[in-house]
Design a protein around this ligand. Sequence first.
Ligand SMILES: Nc1nc2c(ncn2[C@@H]2O[C@H](COP(=O)(O)OP(=O)(O)OP(=O)(O)O)[C@@H](O)[C@H]2O)c(=O)[nH]1
Ligand SMILES: Nc1nc2c(ncn2[C@@H]2O[C@H](COP(=O)(O)OP(=O)(O)OP(=O)(O)O)[C@@H](O)[C@H]2O)c(=O)[nH]1
Ligand SMILES: [Mg+2]
Ligand SMILES: [Mg+2]
Lengths: 292, 278
Amino acid sequence: GLAEKLQNTFKKLRGKGKLTEADIKEALREVRLALFEADVSFKVVKSFENKIKERCMGREILESLTPGQQVIKIVNDELTELMGGTQSKITIASKPPTVVMLVGLQGAGKTTTAGKLANLLRKQGRRPLLVAGDVYRPAAIKQLQVLGQQLDIPVFSMGDGISPVAIAKGAIEYAQSNGRDLVIIDTAGRLHINEELMDELKNIKAEVKPHEILLVVDAMTGQVAVEVAETFNNQLGVDGVILTKLDGDARGGAALSIKAITGRPIKFAGMGEKLDALEPFYPDRMASRILG
Amino acid sequence: VSFTKQIDEDFFEELEEILIQGDVGVNTSMELVEKLRAQVKARKIEDPAELKAVLKELVREILGEETESLNLTGQPLSIFVVVGVNGVGKTTTIGKLAHKLKAEGKKVILAAGDTFRAAAIDQLEIWGNRAGVDVIKHNEGADPAAVAFDAVQAARARKADCLIIDTAGRLHTKTNLMEELKKVRRVIEREIPGAPHEVLLVLDATTGQNAVQQAKIFGQAAGVTGIALTKLDGTAKGGVVISIKAELDVPVKLIGIGEGMEDLRLFDAREYAEALFE
Ligand SMILES: Nc1nc2c(ncn2[C@@H]2O[C@H](COP(=O)(O)OP(=O)(O)OP(=O)(O)O)[C@@H](O)[C@H]2O)c(=O)[nH]1
Ligand SMILES: Nc1nc2c(ncn2[C@@H]2O[C@H](COP(=O)(O)OP(=O)(O)OP(=O)(O)O)[C@@H](O)[C@H]2O)c(=O)[nH]1
Ligand SMILES: [Mg+2]
Ligand SMILES: [Mg+2]
């Protein structure tokens, strides 16, 4: 991982006596490479490097007997600060139902996560209602209905011939008449650059005023993570992020990119295909995973 | 940019930045820029406007100048298996491919090999309907190898030209699921000599460097013959395919450019290199 690389960098420099700025630049280069290999977005790597450069050029490093360890500590400190603390709560509305909307790119894991979230929140005492808001993808409604059956959680659907805005509205009315206090709206996957579909989300938001809009992002997302998170946040407003497929071996640099650029917390981690595979997101664990 | 400007470090850095942002990967990006520097020296290039063109050449060189066609030489039928991690676009790509091959006069049959995920079989059936091709399926929870076996018999009996087998999404880190994939492959191999004729690894263009590991592990387990790179209608470039071609010699054969049945193209390295710099 990065720790060993930095130790090696400074080992080679040990015989030379006092460290120079050029030596520190070499160490910073190792940090930059590690972050890129972990899929942290270009913009975020650049700003992270600028942030730690000053501390790394200070006397604490240049005169240290163990500069490698010092640099690693600085990197870890900055990364942990950037990633923030654990924030895995869903805002519960004072007047039910609480409305949660899941959005994101195609295939990120929204529908599966909707089921997982309903499962989790029911264990916390809620009476969830799943809403089949994807009227485009073949068998998307059936997919959510099957998950609902597996969990014994009701799924609200109006078929695929009705606008998702009307479906969301109908779901809230249904929840209110049937004592469901948490509505989870599954939406179709979409490109952040598709104006029409981004407008659809804005229309759903205007209609049912979600208490939480959660952006679902695949942990293996590469450089485009910043752009996607920024666009969804600027156009729609994102309250939190769910990072899926963290049970794989993707380094997950997208997590750092998203948090650094939007400031929104990553609330949950998808850790598998089963409906109990949703955990709180631990930023410190993510920081060490990114550094490798 | 004035024509009297010198080629300086900034130009190389700018191009390296474009590559990294396209998910080409930092090491491959640096190597490409090093090759570019060498070309600039060797060819005595003085105009910075030429740098991009040379870099596109270098990218095309790695990706392969020829369009790699799908292997449809199987006798009596060609068998394709479509594999990849979760959510990348396998089932949708199969629907598009069935439509394309049918339009080319081929008799196509699909196999619903994802017996695990909710409504996976339903999803493929809808695509089969749209494309006008039969779908062989078992019940949910059935053994995917049994579905594959049945599908091969049916395809042979119905004199199909091409059988395309859908598989469940699976992370390459899940050893038991990779074993399941190997079993599906073995069953096919035993039934038809030379099969499967094509093992397509579907990669999502938004995926970062993990795609290289996906290609390695799926390659080892299933013998990947080509890549279908999906979601190129977004802003992601899928630059990882350059490293994958360089390190594993697996070519991109298809690209997905949307969610509709027509949104499939044969891979064109020249067009791809152009788009990388847009
Ligand atoms: N291993 C793993 N697979 C996951 C996880 N979350 C979702 N998946 C899988 O990812 C694939 C896509 O999940 P979906 O829930 O259909 O994704 P989606 O965002 O609703 O897709 P669209 O509606 O088409 O945009 C499925 O195979 C899921 O089983 C996770 O945390 N880990
Ligand atoms: N924009 C765009 N979306 C695509 C493309 N290919 C597939 N999709 C979408 O990606 C999502 C996932 O597609 P699927 O075909 O279900 O993916 P999969 O690999 O079969 O998923 P699992 O079987 O769950 O692993 C769907 O919403 C598709 O419509 C593409 O080329 N462009
Ligand atoms: Mg979905
Ligand atoms: Mg599928």
